[in-house]
Design a protein around this ligand. Structure first.
Ligand code: PMP
Ligand code: GLN
Length: 389
């Protein structure tokens, strides 16, 4: 046999043929190449609280460097359960209902793999975060896409109701919402609760931006609604709350029977999550100030950014929560959203994300997303450049 027949990589039939590199990675690479201000990918350009780094460092120097319990460090699970109870009035059992995960991304795929079987339908509300659809496909599920109301991005309960049938295993929601920066109201959560009550549909509630809700509004966690909490995997991420997106630590709160199934998958796709970071977070969470003060911290940045954008020909959409601000580009350009973002990055020096990236069919509504989790000076530099539009 000739050597090139012996040294050969077998062909693989892709399990995700439609998937390429994520838009966040693509736009961050372009921003770096062009020296643009990166308001594309969602992450802070400022550092976290040094006390948090100190708490993690201390855990490392104390020798807390081996595997933690599979479900997470008990003190951190207890801190999460106490916080959820204080904020939302629902008591999760730290032992059987809270699991520490490698960020929200692993939490979401693990929940999906735990409950979705081939042939099951899972409803996503578009636009939606880019990992949901491939996660459902990897589980062998069928993705059912229901649009949020065009223009307002509010949930359309008639359309959600029409999408539910006997094969529907789960519904994924996300509030505060990436990318539209809308926040579900108490009335909307109540409607969802009523809608799901007679069904067997599970809820996966992505609440990673739970502590970024503005203008005196409150985050309406699924934990506040007993009918939803009883069927929900609630997912959050310390990366967002504490400005440490690279640490990749999050959690899932779910009733014991759902948590038990979640943990069966969790123990074989990640087993455990970074020990010293968990200890550091547990200690840091004893002080509520960092998450209590987060809405005001981000609202000020939002307002600074919006004031500047209001002086451009970009049209502002509301930003009720999250660290995103969407703008309508139709007064500025005839380009499609993705071409506009490439142009904006290369020619104006500011990176943004096209909303079309959050739709399966690439729906283009002439809206792009900026991330304002940036130092004031970064936002000012971006605004100076955007003023040229
Ligand atoms: N869901 C949403 C809506 C997000 O914006 C993000 C952040 N990229 C995630 C999940 C993933 O969070 P993590 O970085 O903790 O995996
Ligand atoms: N959640 C972040 C965003 O929406 C990006 C995370 C990622 O790069 N996957 O921008």
């Amino acid at each position: 046999m000739s050597s090139d027949l012996l040294v050969r990589t077998p062909a693989v039939q892709s399990k995700l043929p439609a998937v390429g590199t994520t838009i966040f990675t693509v736009m961050s690479a372009l921003a770096a190449e062009k020296g643009a201000v990166n308001l594309g990918q969602g992450f802070p350009d400022f550092d976290c609280d040094p006390r948090l780094v100190g708490a993690v460092t201390q855990a490392m120097t104390r020798g807390l460097n081996q595997y933690p319990p599979m479900t997470g460090v008990p003190a951190l699970r207890e801190a999460v359960a106490a916080k959820v109870q204080a904020l939302h009035g629902h008591r999760y059992d730290a032992g059987s209902e809270i699991t520490i995960t490698a960020g929200a991304t692993q939490a979401i795929i693990t929940a999906i793999l735990a409950v979705v079987r081939p042939g099951d339908e899972v409803i996503v509300l578009e636009p939606c975060y880019d990992s949901y659809v491939p996660n459902i496909e990897l589980a062998g599920g069928t993705v059912v896409r229901v649009p949020l109301t065009p223009g307002s991005f509010r949930p359309d309960f008639d359309r959600i109701a029409a999408a539910i049938n006997g094969r529907t295993r789960a519904l994924l929601i996300n509030t505060p919402h990436n990318p539209s920066a809308t926040v579900w109201t108490r009335e909307e959560m109540l409607r969802l609760s009523q809608l799901l009550a007679p069904t067997e549909v599970l809820l996966i509630s992505d609440e990673v931006y739970e502590h970024m809700v503005f203008d005196g509004q409150a985050h309406q966690s699924a934990a506040r609604f007993p009918g939803l909490a009883a069927r929900a995997f609630i997912v959050s991420s310390f990366g967002k709350t504490y400005h440490v997106t690279g640490w990749k630590v999050g959690f899932v709160a779910a009733p014991a029977p759902l948590s038990a199934e979640f943990r069966k998958v969790h123990q074989f796709n990640v087993f455990t999550v970074n020990t010293p970071v968990q200890h550091g977070l547990a200690q840091y969470m004893a002080d509520p100030a960092p998450y209590r003060d987060l809405p005001a911290f981000y609202q000020r940045k939002r307002d600074l950014f919006r004031e500047g954008l209001a002086r451009t020909r970009l049209r502002l959409l509301p930003s009720e929560g999250s660290y995103f601000q969407c703008v309508d580009i139709s007064g500025v350009s005839d380009l499609a959203e993705d071409a506009f973002c490439q142009w904006l990055t290369s020619e104006i020096g500011v990176a943004a994300i096209p909303l079309s990236a959050f739709y399966g069919d690439g729906f283009d509504q002439r809206v792009v997303r900026f991330c304002f989790a940036k130092k004031d000076e970064t936002l000012r530099l971006a605004l100076e450049r955007l003023a040229r539009l």
